[in-house]
Design a protein around this ligand. Structure first.
Ligand code: NAD
Ligand code: MG
Length: 397
């Protein structure tokens, strides 16, 4: 067993905290090289004192300054860096074997792509990277000998249900379809009218999972499933028609692979992100994750079709995937802006798909040639969505 040397981007978030929980159970397997966070100084400080990384990165200079002072006062040897360039530096440092990419949103993209170019083992929670730049990112992984493990319960389930050593050829593996399960979120049974008036508090109260605020809203709108459909397309080299969504409110079956011969392989477990994290950290070994065993006795498993009328975000994601080019990047950018506005009470829940549809109606005419083009389209879609939501707010006022 070789020790893995880890950088965890987004260490202070839900995935970051769960990752450190698994890491702490295996001190002989993992060393922490760097931890990063955007704002939570106290939490990052505690993590640095416990895991003694060489570096800590805070995105903003004032937060970095505050963390530096706190760590110095506590006698910590950890060096504090700041800004986007430092995120790339700690993701690609020669000592680092493994990157946990757990920043939320397209903000995670530059450092994650840089780690792929540096040939690292990448544990990818930041699904937005694949949505915005799927082709580019997968090319970087393949051309530089990087290894990629999904940190999404659905994609981990598919990874576990495909043949070992799957090389990206679903046809050769005898696969007919990939079935992504979805809990349906807190509004699974609500009408469109009821969903017009929901509050941020209602939207972030997920029935089965504890997650960051942005992904919780995405789960409530089912955009999360839409982003996961696009994620699956790139991770498993799937055709859009091969990716299906199945609503399964209990979140026990995490996803399924349907084979040509009629077999369906699935992965089940208690809904706890430490399972996919431990699977990716330990692969090909199975390591202890601290997760309580699955209690199937007496439980009922339900399945339903997704409703694209009540959850237009899911429809829009399928449409963006089919359109290709800039569309997934624009979908993602508009969604990030609208979710942020919703969480800050600047728009309604049902304005999220409206804003995305508006942005998708204004795609750049050309095709993206590289990362810079995609990032420019991301910036334009953010500005456009901001204007759209501001105009709607004025109309309502
Ligand atoms: P979170 O909000 O709890 O944590 C986000 C982390 O990113 C924090 O450490 C935060 O400080 C950092 N961050 C935020 N904005 C940043 C910026 N602009 N620059 C640098 N760092 C920034 O989110 P989470 O729930 O841990 O989700 C992280 C990622 O994992 C998301 O892409 C999400 O879709 C994905 N994911 C999460 C879950 C889950 O169960 N939480 C499951 C599957 C996938
Ligand atoms: Mg998921």
């Amino acid at each position: 067993m070789k020790t893995q040397i880890l950088t965890i981007l987004g260490a202070t978030g839900t995935i970051g905290v769960n990752t450190l929980d698994v890491v702490a159970r295996h001190p002989e397997r993992f060393e922490v090289f760097a931890l990063t966070g955007a704002t939570q100084i106290d939490r990052l400080c505690e993590q640095c004192l416990q895991f003694r990384p060489r570096y800590a990165v805070m995105t903003e200079a004032p937060a970095a300054h505050a963390l530096r002072e706190k760590l110095r006062a506590a006698g910590s040897p950890t060096e504090v860096l700041e800004g986007g360039a430092a995120l790339i530096a700690v993701a690609t440092a020669p000592e680092v074997t493994t990157l946990m990419a757990a920043i939320v949103g397209a903000a995670g993209l530059p450092a994650t792509i840089a780690a792929a170019r540096a040939g690292k083992r990448i544990l990818l929670a930041n699904k937005e990277t694949l949505v915005v730049s799927g082709q580019l990112f997968m090319d970087a992984v393949h051309e530089n000998g990087a290894e990629l493990f999904p940190i999404d319960s659905e994609h981990s389930a598919i990874h576990q249900s495909l043949p070992a050593g799957f090389d990206g050829d679903l046809d050769a593996a005898g696969v007919k379809a990939l079935w992504l399960t979805a809990s349906g979120g807190p509004f699974r049974t609500w009408s469109r009218e009821q969903m017009e008036g929901v509050t941020p508090e209602q939207a972030v109260a997920h029935p089965n999972w504890v997650m960051g605020r942005k992904i919780s809203v995405d789960s409530a709108s089912m955009m999360n499933k839409g982003l996961e459909v696009i994620e699956a397309r790139w991770l498993f080299n799937a055709q859009t028609e091969q990716i299906r969504v199945l609503v399964h409110p209990q979140s026990i079956i995490h996803s399924l692979v349907e084979y040509r011969d009629g077999s369906v392989m699935a992965q089940l477990g208690t809904p706890d992100m430490r399972t996919p994290i431990a699977y990716a950290l330990g692969y090909p070994e199975r390591i202890e994750a601290g997760v309580s065993g699955l209690e199937l006795m007496g439980s009922q498993l339900q399945f339903e079709a997704p409703d694209m009328q009540r959850f237009p975000c899911l429809r829009l994601a399928f449409e963006a995937l089919r359109a290709g080019g800039y569309a997934p990047a624009v979908l993602n950018a508009a969604n990030e802006v609208a979710v942020d506005a919703f969480l800050n009470r600047r728009c309604g829940f049902a304005d999220i798909p409206r804003a995305i549809e508006h942005a998708l109606g204004h795609l750049p005419a050309s095709s993206p040639r590289g990362l810079d083009d995609l990032l420019e389209a991301d910036r334009r879609a953010r500005a456009l969505t901001g204007e759209f939501l501001a105009a709607r707010a004025l109309l309502r006022a």
